[in-house]
Design a protein around this ligand. Structure first.
Ligand SMILES: [Zn+2]
Length: 294
């Protein structure tokens, strides 16, 4: 019978083949183990931006059901803050209303913010009213739980870019400022919004143009509390709002971007003052639904 050499020794054919087969098998097992060790975990390697994952973050931060307002085992429901066709791709400030009712929309910019946003939410809740918050992506990234609370309380939200830049932006950067923020808003809260407010109210630096192209309503304001004036007292903010209010007004205030304890101080008086004047508080999407059709 023919003999085959392996490692200097001579073997019968069947023993020779068995040895070859077992060494090939052993090699493939070793190789697959090495590969498995090097392969990134599929779940962590991909960034699942297509689905809202607010609760992943919430669970990681040990956030209670009460704070999130959503059960951890459920997917957050998608909510959409859309605008009537006449406002899509348009800039608006004062809204002409359909009926005689005195409606007004309070808006808060530059959050979500530690402390201030929660204080504003508390005041809104005590008064049983809702407002509209225009978020900065960079602030949202830092305060996802506060953001979830804003939405869980029934408030409306809008996009206020990622960096809050004032300078002129090329089209690609302007798109990124808005899209990155929109994506994080969706990922954190499950909300898609058609409301956009340009930082500083600048309409010509590229972001508003991109927002219009994407059919956002560019929401300016018709009454400013002037609460960014750090020298002014809360009573001045109250006066500014009560003096400027008209049915269909959109009121500008800030809950983020810096120290705004004076806004928090002024807010209860702003609300009670407007109430005494006969106003009812609505969110911006609600206000636009009651607008006169052109
Ligand atoms: Zn702003």
């Amino acid at each position: 019978m023919a003999k085959y050499r392996l490692f200097g020794k001579r073997y019968k054919l069947w023993i020779f083949l068995l040895l070859i087969a077992s060494s090939v098998g052993l090699c493939s097992i070793v190789l697959s183990l090495i590969q498995r060790g090097n392969q990134p975990n599929r779940l962590t390697a991909k960034h699942p931006i297509s689905k809202p994952s607010a609760l992943v973050g919430a669970a990681n931060h040990g956030l209670s059901k009460h704070v999130v307002g959503l059960k951890p085992e459920t997917t957050p429901e998608l909510r959409t803050f859309s605008v009537p066709a006449q406002f899509q791709g348009k800039t608006l400030s004062q809204v002409k209303l359909n009926n005689q009712e005195k409606l007004i929309a309070l808006t808060f910019d530059d959050g979500p913010w530690q402390k201030t946003t929660l204080q504003v939410l508390d005041i809104l809740k005590k008064n049983n009213i809702n407002a509209t918050f225009f978020w900065v992506g960079a602030a949202l990234e830092k305060n996802p739980q506060i953001a979830q609370q804003v939405v869980a309380d029934g408030n409306a939200i809008g996009n206020h870019t990622w960096h809050h830049w004032y300078h002129h932006l090329d089209k690609k950067t302007a798109a990124k400022e808005i899209e990155d923020t929109a994506q994080l808003m969706y990922k954190t809260t499950g909300v898609k919004t058609s409301l956009f407010r340009p930082p500083g109210g600048f309409l010509k630096n590229g972001v508003a143009a991109y927002a219009k192209q994407q059919n956002y309503a560019v929401v300016m304001w018709s009454v400013s509390s002037a609460d960014t004036d750090w020298k002014a007292q809360p009573s001045a903010f109250v006066k500014n709002v009560l003096k400027g209010a008209k049915p269909g007004s959109i009121v500008l205030m800030h809950d983020g971007g810096g120290e705004h304890s004076k806004t928090v101080k002024a807010l209860p008086e702003i609300i009670s003052g407007l109430r005494q004047m006969g106003y009812r508080f609505v969110t911006v999407p609600e206000l636009l639904k009651d607008a006169k059709s052109k």
